[in-house]
Ligand binder design. Structure first.
Ligand SMILES: N[C@@H](CCC(=O)N[C@@H](CS)C(=O)NCC(=O)O)C(=O)O
Length: 88
């Protein structure tokens, strides 16, 4: 089973202006396998599942295999991934 990347639906946006892509790109660069779980864009209030998982509504969120979640500013998430510290 792979980790899950909970992200916005705009998977065509391959730009660092997109927070979800920033994290997805870092996972790709590090060769970390993941499964994408897409969520609706608006409104935030509809994201009950994201809230339940991570305690907040913003994306991206990484869900580890044990069901725990990791959410931080996307630039910090990408930096942790690139540092090889995602799973530690
Ligand atoms: N500063 C945040 C921004 C995160 C962000 O705006 N995420 C978007 C998806 S790419 C989002 O959840 N937008 C919907 C919303 O604002 O409710 C970060 O870099 O993590």
């Amino acid at each position: 089973m792979a980790i899950k990347l909970h992200r916005c639906p705009f998977t065509f946006a391959h730009t660092d202006l997109d927070s979800c892509w920033k994290v997805q790109k870092a996972l790709d660069e590090q060769g970390i396998e993941y499964e994408i779980v897409k969520h609706g864009a608006f409104p935030r209030g509809r994201r009950k599942d994201v809230k339940e998982l991570s305690g907040q509504v913003m994306l991206p969120v990484i869900e580890f295999e044990d069901g725990t979640a990791y959410r931080a500013e996307s630039k910090d998430m990408a930096a942790r991934i690139r540092a090889g510290e995602l799973l530690s």
